[in-house]
Design a protein around this ligand. Structure first.
Ligand SMILES: C[S@@+](CC[C@H](N)C(=O)[O-])C[C@H]1O[C@@H](n2cnc3c(N)ncnc32)[C@H](O)[C@@H]1O
Length: 269
């Protein structure tokens, strides 16, 4: 595989309407793997797009109209907190991962975060539209909330949401496999993300966990597949989490909700 071929592949993939907002680093990482495996550039481009779909596009079945979303948020932000929450709820339906969490959202963060000491910094990794769940988070008003994902347009929308809601938030477009964040944070959210990263690189979850610098980690897994079936997922992901936790000096509290299995980790002794 030549550097030139990888550049061509990356350019070709980023020309596609469904891929142009994705962090180029991730396109390059997956592209390099596929060029090693496939017989031609054309096959490698196709396989790269498939993989990118699996880890990102599959969660956004329809095109999200971010302009319209921001207009709705602006309108409801000046009417009432209930209407603003209803707008957030509505918008979270456009991403499969947050949509699955909506039936449990009233309990999810309240239950898991109930006993935490005050949290001042949150890092929401591979966030999707989860920052829109901010009104459900039992956090101090001045918390600094950093959202990280691969989609530039989604992150611009989230930045707009932070501004409208008066949240001390910022966004980073970043491939957390190749470039895991190391900045310290009180709470790091890794919601339903590790299995997704492992579709690109089997060692991604362990490498990421090793690099992170969080006092508390909230790691979760889906309790049902995108198609809605459960197929022993809870047992399977419990085992995966235990392997990840093995040998680490962690204190762990498990939580099982209808659509999500979560582990709150205290990393400090
Ligand atoms: C299963 S969704 C989880 C979204 C969110 N954490 C939640 O639970 O609602 C996986 C997310 O990971 C993002 N993603 C995939 N690969 C990534 C990578 N290498 N670096 C950063 N984000 C990534 C996708 O864009 C998608 O938003």
């Amino acid at each position: 595989m030549s550097e030139e071929m990888l550049e061509t592949l990356t350019e070709q993939v980023l020309l596609g309407a469904k891929y142009r907002e994705i962090a180029p680093d991730l396109v390059r990482r997956i592209g390099a793997q596929e060029l090693e495996k496939r017989r031609s550039l054309k096959e490698a481009v196709k396989a790269t797009k498939n993989k990118l779909h699996q880890v990102g596009g599959a969660y956004q079945p329809g095109r999200i109209d971010y302009e319209k979303g921001l207009a709705l948020l602006r309108e409801t932000a000046v009417s009432s907190p209930d209407q603003f929450r209803a707008a957030c709820n509505n918008l979270m339906q456009s991403h499969a991962s947050t949509r699955e969490r909506l039936p449990i959202l009233d309990d999810f963060y309240q239950t898991i975060l109930a006993d935490l000491p005050p949290v001042h910094t949150v890092l929401d990794l591979a966030c999707g539209l989860n920052p829109l769940a901010y009104p459900w988070l039992p956090l101090p008003l001045d918390v600094q909330y950093t959202s990280v994902d691969i989609y530039g347009d989604m992150l611009a929308f989230i930045q707009g949401f932070f501004e409208i809601a008066g949240i001390n938030g910022r966004t980073q477009q970043r491939d957390i496999i190749g470039n895991p964040p190391t900045e310290p944070a009180d709470l790091i959210l890794l919601l339903k993300t590790l299995p997704c990263l492992e579709q690109v690189d089997k060692t991604a979850a362990a490498n990421l966990i090793e690099a992170l610098n969080g006092r508390f980690l909230l790691i979760s897994y889906p309790a049902q597949s995108l198609g809605g079936r459960s197929k022993g997922m809870v047992e399977n992901y419990t085992r995966q989490f235990e392997e990840l936790a093995n040998g680490r000096n962690w204190r762990v509290r498990p939580f099982e909700f209808a659509t999500e299995l979560a582990f709150l980790v205290t990393t400090e002794p």
